[in-house]
Write a protein that binds this ligand. Structure first.
Ligand code: PFF
Length: 453
């Protein structure tokens, strides 16, 4: 069970650097597109409560587990599990993470590309060129999807090539505050519009009768995806963490930031839908439910922006899609960093070459998806809904029963003297051994049964 310190791999320069990079990974399409969509889909505020419970009871403990494994070993997910388990069996968890990271990135790039394409869609709409505007706004336009997917991949590779502190940390330090600024400015504006009060009411007043098995499954899946758990992203980011940083505290900050940004993104999107309703835009589907899925953000909101009209409408719409794009970028870099760090560490290939090789493979799948966006659902089912909870479950079992919580607590002592006596730490160990595996198993088995039914 060797601890291998490899300072040449790079480290975060500051305490805030890690928190922002990890929060940047967590905050993404999952928060600004996925979460409001799930809220709309699952009957509003009741979903928020269940989501919160999933994040705190399962998400936070798993995040602490991943970061601890990463920092202890100083390695990518495959190397990390290998070095903590001489039987080699643990490495399977790492390989699964690398595979899920690559496949999630493949569809993530296509959706991220939509955000950039919508910036052009809005500009051409404003300038009265409806043909070009429609071309950029068509979600199933293969050539357009392919172009923007490639552009997004190039941005992602560009940042990854800069390395840990020079690339990822520097980029997220600028992008994250900017993202929060745009989000808050847009919320303030939407709140001044007629109809937003009804949206806020729908968003914050729960109807507990809506809590169902399906809602709980969706909330748990959303928690894993949104917190970037179950595929070793936080093992990788944790591997660049200095020994003097408090893992428990950092993980708590990241979780709070992620939940907070999802919550305020909902505070933008749901009231904006009711503003749209107030302006005569259809926000209910034929079944009488709120329009959800892809349509929510990519069709209802542009109509609202159009109604606002003029340079202000254009400015707000561009800000919104840029915001989505930026959030997606800080997440896509973490998705790519997982397989890239694996190739660097385990195959001794230099960072630039590694990012090109892995980027090329992911791009191949992303281009296939660009021309057949129906595949997104299949990728989401396999690698997100099954893949991430499975990865999280295996991580808990590995830490709790193979590596053992006692060893993890010794690692936690770095940056948190007295960890072994902290009741928070003891509670965490109990959760990782018993509560999280049971809860994730229930969700995992039910998800699989639902999918094959
Ligand atoms: N957390 C990201 C989001 O909410 O969009 C998506 C994601 C990034 C999932 C990194 C998993 C991951 F490892």
């Amino acid at each position: 069970m060797a601890t291998i310190e490899t300072p040449s791999r790079g480290t975060w320069n500051s305490k805030l650097g890690f928190i922002l990079a990890a929060a940047g990974s967590a905050v993404g399409l999952g928060n600004i597109w996925g979460y409001p969509t799930q809220v709309a889909d699952n009957g509003g505020a009741a979903f928020i409560l269940v989501y919160l419970v999933c994040c705190i009871l399962v998400g936070l403990p798993v995040m602490i587990a991943e970061i601890t494994i990463g920092r202890k070993t100083g390695k990518n997910p495959v190397g990390a599990f290998k070095s903590l388990d001489s039987s080699g069996f643990g490495a399977i968890i790492g390989y699964w993470g690398v595979l899920c990271g690559m496949m999630i990135l493949a569809f993530y790039l296509v959706i991220s590309g939509w955000t950039l394409a919508y910036v052009f869609e809005e500009i051409f709409k404003y300038s009265g060129n409806s043909e070009l505007s429609a071309w950029f706004g068509q979600l199933d336009n293969g050539p357009k999807n392919a172009i923007f997917t490639i552009v997004f991949m190039l941005f992602t590779i560009g940042i990854i090539n800069g390395g840990v502190s020079g690339g990822i940390e520097r980029a997220t330090k600028v992008l994250m505050p900017f993202l929060i600024f745009i989000l808050v400015a847009m919320i303030i504006y939407v709140f001044t519009l007629e109809g937003s009060a009804e949206g806020i009411r729908q968003y914050v007043l729960p109807d507990f009768s809506l809590i169902s098995g399906d809602l709980i499954l969706s909330a748990m899946g959303q928690a894993f995806f949104s917190l970037s758990l179950g595929m070793g992203a936080l093992i990788t980011y944790g591997s660049y963490l200095k020994k003097n940083q408090n893992v428990m505290e950092s993980a708590t900050y990241v979780t709070v930031v992620d939940i907070g940004i999802a919550f305020i993104a909902g505070l933008l999107v749901i009231p904006a839908m009711y503003v749209a309703l107030n302006q005569g835009i259809m926000i209910f589907g034929a079944d009488g439910d709120l329009i959800s899925s892809v349509a929510l953000v990519f069709t209802v909101l542009p109509q609202l922006f159009e109604n606002i009209g003029g340079p202000l409408g254009l400015f707000i719409s561009i800000s919104f899609f840029l915001l989505l794009g930026l959030a997606a970028l800080t997440s896509s870099i973490s998705l790519l960093e997982v397989p890239v760090s694996y190739v660097i560490d385990e195959h001794g290939i230099k960072r630039k070459k590694a990012s090109l090789i892995v980027g090329g493979i992911v791009l191949f799948f992303a281009l296939i998806i660009s021309f057949d966006i129906g595949l997104i659902d299949i990728f989401v089912n396999i690698f997100n809904e099954i893949g991430l909870p499975l990865g999280g479950l295996m991580t808990c079992i590995f830490l709790g029963w193979v590596w053992k919580t006692g060893n993890a607590i010794t690692e936690l002592e770095n940056g948190m003297p007295g960890a072994a006596n902290s009741s928070f730490v003891k509670l965490w160990a109990f959760f990782i051994m018993y509560i999280c595996p049971v809860l994730i198993s229930i969700v995992f088995i039910t998800t699989v049964l639902n999918l094959i039914r």
